[in-house]
Structure formats: C-alpha cells, structure tokens
Design a protein around this ligand. Structure first.
Ligand SMILES: Cc1cc2nc3c(=O)[nH]c(=O)nc-3n(C[C@H](O)[C@H](O)[C@H](O)COP(=O)(O)OP(=O)(O)OC[C@H]3O[C@@H](n4cnc5c(N)ncnc54)[C@H](O)[C@@H]3O)c2cc1C
Length: 467
C-alpha cells in the first residue's frame, strides 16, 4: 500500500501478462486454471477486454478471500487488482478516502486509524480488498446498525465489459451501482472507490462477554444486545447436543474512549499492529481437524469463556479478526480444504434457526467456526446477501461424510422460510434454489444481458449458477 497523489505513478508495466495460474478460494476446494492479468489502471484493464486480447471469460480478483470460486474463471482470464494498490486521498477532517480497488481493508486501517478513522464495515478478516468488499457487499458485526459495505461507498469507477469506464454514484447511476454492489464481479472491474470511513476515539474495543446455555437464550441475548451495542456476534458450539444445542459465547462491544485505556496505551490511543503472529506450516498433518478434534475444540472454547465479563479492552485484531492472527489458517484443514455455509432467514423464522442447529448436531457435521448474528435492514443491491433476520455461518472440513445431504436439507429449510445463502461462500447451491433465494436475480440477469451481451465477464460460480 502507498499513499500517493493520483498521477504520480511509479509502477512498472504488467509483467504477469499471459502467465497461467491455478487458483482456489479461501476454502481450497475447487482449483481451476486461468490466464492472469494485473492491470495497473483502467486503460490497461480495458486493453485486456478488447476482443482476442485474453482468453475469456474474464473475472476480477482481489485477495481471494471468497471461500469458493467467485474469483476464478476456468480457461479464461483473472483480472487481479494486485497492482491497483494505492490510497489516492484521505481527508483527515471528513474521513473520506479514495482508494484503488486492490487496497485492502487492513491498508485502510493503517492509513485511517492515526487520524481516528476506521473502516465502516469489517468482515471477519481484514485481508479483503475494497473491490472485493463492494462486489460481495460484505457485512460485519455492526450490520444491525451500519448495514453492509455498499452503504458507505460514495462512488466507484467501473471498467465495463465494453472497456468503457464509468463513475457510478448511488443516486446518479443507481441501476449499475446496485447491480455491482453485491454483483460478485460480474458487471465489470471496479478500479477505485470513494468511501466514508467511521470516526473512532481509539483503536481499542470495549467488550462484554456472555456465555449462554442453549439456542433460546442465545437468540434472546443477541436480540437484547442489538439494542445496546454497535457490534455483536455469537460464536456457537455446533457440536453441542440435546438441551445444550446452540450454546454460545456472545461478544458485544463498541470502540473504547480514551479514558477506557490503560495507562501505557493512553499515550498511543490509535496504536494498531497489523502483523500476523503465526504461520501454519506448509505440510500440515491431513485430517487434523475432524469430528473428534473439532468437538473437543468447541467444548474447550466454550468452557474457557467466562460466564459473564464486562468492559474488557481488546485490540482490533482480537475483536474483529481473531483468525488473521494465524497466517494461512485455512491450511489446517488439509488437502480436502473446507466448505463454508452461510444463510440468512427472516426474524420470524426463529424456529427454523433452532431447527438448523438441530440438523447440524444430528448430522454429526463438525463446524469449527460457527457464528450466529442478527442483520438489520438490507439495501438496494440486486444480489446483496443481507436482509433483516438471523444469519448463521458454519465451516465444515471438505471430506465430512453426509455434508452434501445436510447442506441440501439446509437449503430447503432456508428457502421454505424466505431466506438465502451467501454467494461469497457458496460452493454447492443449485441454480433453481438460487432463483428462489434471490428474487431480484431476473433483474440482475437482464441488466447483465444489456451491459455484457458477449458475456465477457463470468466466473466459475456464475457459470454453475447461470447468473
Ligand atoms: C476468514 C474470513 C472471514 C470472512 N468473514 C466475512 C464476514 O464476516 N462478512 C462477509 O461479508 N464476508 C466475510 N468473508 C468473505 C469475504 O469478505 C468476501 O468474500 C470478500 O469478497 C473477499 O474479498 P477479496 O478482496 O478477497 O475478493 P476475492 O475473493 O478475490 O473476490 C470476491 C468477489 O469479488 C469480486 N471482485 C474482487 N475484486 C473486484 C473488483 N476490483 N471489481 C469487481 N469485482 C471484484 C470477484 O470477482 C469475486 O466475485 C470472510 C472471508 C474469510 C476468508
């Protein structure tokens, strides 16, 4: 990352041109090979889109943190934003930042925090680019008050499938803006965006923790905490049985004030250390994470948490991105990788949420990281995932017996209750199910048809789902 005025461009020509790469998403399950292109500006990106320049279809890629193959294009071209990595301006008075699409949320934190500005929405990892955050319209622990990422984007520049560039604002070009926000890279390449950051008084979070005994208590506490805190989430023990199903550790908090910090930290209220602490060795024993080890880990995690604790001061890394503390933690799942499943169902579907926990428990499907949270209002994104209701994210080792059957049954439950699954994590939903989950999919398809009649843009995900 560099904070440079636009126009002062020290970059060298794209040496990646024509290189072949084999890529997966973060879950490491569906590798495919494509040609890599790393344009350093909109003009270079447009050149790649000219007929015959690169194998098609084309799909943008940020840091590859989507869990499956949203940023892959088998036999086509992946337009990486690795060289679109400059923060072009940051106004310390207003917190308005303009950054190229390959700038990561961590970069924005490093640049913004010294001036008291934090990202408006942070997913569970900060190793996500601005382009990826808009394309998946990512959500965080503050969705109930702040909505998703797209709501904080003032404008972005998009290289269309035709090669033309367009600046999109939500009020001036709403159709394209809201098709692209949550549109999984299928409307073009975002090259830069202007975002309103969030004012904070320190780089620490004041956290309250509550341990709940079962799913009913978990849901009741989450509802109560939505009223009291800006950030809240439940980590649930997916392996619990019987009356303990849905037992959870709920952490809720808000950014601390300067007076909340301990003595030594009061002199450096915005200190933020982004470095990852540990790495997972390349050769990790396969099968280390299995039903038994995950059950033990869940039990230990739950028992270790205090029944109730108030006012603990945590770093941004501890509260928002605990998994970023271990580089490449996805390797721990071994060569079969892992699959994420995340749904949202309306608040009225409380019984179905309980049922989903029972189904996971009965299937003996071990999820290592299981997160339950309540979303607030959705936005105008045609394919944006969040809607008001309960969202549950699970991740399962790739080789879990009976996983496909369980996920199919969960899909049915979700659709029957008016919910949907998250495309940034999906690896297996069927096209028919997707149509039922996303009522505005037809509008999206129509807009894409007009924007990209030659189907220049497509991903492995979009081809499987006929998006
Ligand atoms: C540990 C972990 C925790 C996570 N937690 C959350 C969470 O709490 N909430 C949440 O919402 N998500 C979460 N995610 C998912 C992640 O935030 C999204 O998948 C995000 O899109 C990844 O960004 P990326 O830069 O890695 O994009 P990639 O994974 O490279 O691409 C994702 C999608 O964005 C498109 N895209 C990327 N760059 C551009 C661009 N410049 N122009 C147009 N399209 C583009 C791609 O084509 C693709 O469709 C998590 C992922 C991980 C690994």
């Amino acid at each position: 990352m560099a904070l440079l005025p636009a126009g002062d461009d020290p970059r060298t020509p794209d040496t990646s041109a024509g290189k072949t790469v084999t890529l997966t998403g973060w879950g490491r399950i569906a590798p495919t090979t494509a040609t890599l292109a790393e344009p350093a500006d909109a003009r270079a990106a447009a050149a790649y889109l000219a007929p015959g320049q690169t194998p098609g279809p084309v799909i943008p890629r940020g840091l590859g943190r989507a869990y499956n193959n949203a940023a892959q294009s088998a036999g086509g071209t992946v337009l990486s934003t690795a060289r679109l990595a400059r923060i072009l301006s940051l106004d310390p008075g207003t917190g308005i930042v303009t950054a190229e699409a390959g700038v990561s949320l961590e970069d924005l934190m490093v640049a913004g925090l010294p001036h008291g500005w934090f990202v408006p929405v942070s997913p569970g990892t900060r190793q996500v680019t601005v382009g990826g955050a808009i394309a998946a319209d990512v959500h965080g622990k503050n969705h109930h008050v702040a909505g998703s990422f797209g709501g904080h984007v003032l404008s972005f520049d998009l290289v269309l499938p035709s090669g033309q560039s367009r600046t999109c604002l939500p009020d001036r070009d709403p159709d394209l803006f809201w098709a692209t926000t949550g549109g999984m890279g299928l409307t073009g390449l975002i090259t830069r965006a202007t975002i309103q950051l969030k004012r904070v008084e320190t780089a620490r979070v004041k956290v309250d923790t509550v341990r709940t005994a079962d799913i009913d208590e978990t849901m009741a506490v989450l509802a109560e905490h939505d009223e009291k805190y800006g950030y809240t989430v439940a980590w649930s023990d997916s392996t619990a049985r019987g009356g303990a199903i849905g037992r959870s550790v709920i952490t809720s908090g808000d950014f601390a004030g300067p007076g909340d910090l301990r003595e030594p930290d009061q002199d450096r209220p915005f200190a933020f250390d982004p470095r990852a602490r540990l790495g997972v060795p390349d050769i990790f024993p396969p099968g280390l994470l299995n039903r038994y080890s995950i059950t033990l880990a869940n039990e230990a995690w739950y028992r270790k948490a205090p029944r109730a604790r108030e006012g603990e001061i945590q770093t941004i890394g501890q509260f928002f991105h605990p998994l970023d503390g271990i580089r490449n933690w996805n390797r721990v799942y071994g060569p079969k990788g892992f699959r994420q499943y995340q749904y949202v169902m309306p608040f009225s579907a409380q019984d179905a949420v309980r049922k989903s926990f029972e189904m996971v428990s009965a299937a003996h499907a071990p999820s290592f990281v299981t997160v339950l949270k309540r979303f607030g209002a959705g936005n105008a994104g045609l394919l944006s995932f969040p809607m008001p209701g309960w969202t549950l994210a699970l991740d399962f080792p790739g080789g879990t017996p009976g996983l496909a059957r369980l996920c199919d049954a969960l899909d049915r439950l979700v659709v029957d209750n008016g919910g949907r699954v998250y495309l940034a994590k999906d690896s297996r939903v069927s096209p028919g199910m997707l149509e039922q989950m996303y009522p505005r999919l037809a509008e999206f398809r129509k807009l894409r048809g007009e924007l990209d009649p030659g189907a220049v843009f497509a991903s492995d995900l979009s081809r499987r789902l006929g998006m």
